[in-house]
Design a protein around this ligand. Sequence first.
Ligand code: AG3
Length: 281
Amino acid sequence: EQERAFIEWYPRGYGVGFKVKRRLFETQTEYQRLEIYETEGFGKLLVLDGTVQLVEVGEESYHEVLVHPVMLAHPNPRKVLVIGGGDGGTLREVLRHDTVEKAIMVEIDEGVVEASYLYLDVAKDLLDRLIKKEEPRAELIIGDGVKYLRETDERFDVIIVDSTDPVGPAKLLFSEEFYRDAYEKLNEKGLYVTQAGSVYLFTNELLDAYKAMKKVFDRVYYFSFPVIGYASPWSFLVGVKGDVDFTRIDLERAKKLDLYYYDPERHETLFQMPRYVRKLL
Ligand code: AG3
């Protein structure tokens, strides 16, 4: 019997792979090629244009880390914007904070929301309520996040970008113009966070995004974490507006969350970066 595998190829022939039992679903959406596989040991796998978005077993190693550090560093995050994140994992983590009064998720590709709702055990109930407009604290907008941020009259305490890689279609989400719009739409005290790619394999993209953010935000932090399913360590960038210290978080609020991967009591370990990368930043 032949063994099947899904492998995501990164630059220079570096691969991240899963043994898979079968492909459950495949479609070409308006924006990208979407596939869902059943893996041997990590539940279902969501792939967009050949790149791993998540595996059900371990997705929290990404979603917890993208969301909670900024949410816990902000003194009182009430209004939150998520750009991308159509699988619902990011918004699910945002809504665990009871300070949140309103969260808006702007996802460009309705196909990702639908397939995630139908096939994945990531945020099924939440996506169901969003689609039916029955979630009192959150709203789903199917649309272009770049355009949304440019045009909205809303203001946010936290903006979270859960996009595909800083190469290809999501490139605009890593541009100085976009960061300017984000800065403008943050409240007086605000935090912006984005995933920023593989530390080793997208180092240049990470550096470019960092430099562009430095031109716009009052302060910029980088951090990294090993994410299951990605070429780890994975990088994240935080832009600060106003008087907020991202190196300090609210441990009282953290306790209530009972997290699995991100360790708020060891917040400082997030800032680990290979020395050569730190020197370039
Ligand atoms: N957003 C995708 C992060 C980028 C993954 N890149 C890659 N595998 N080359 C995550 C979607 C989960 N909400």
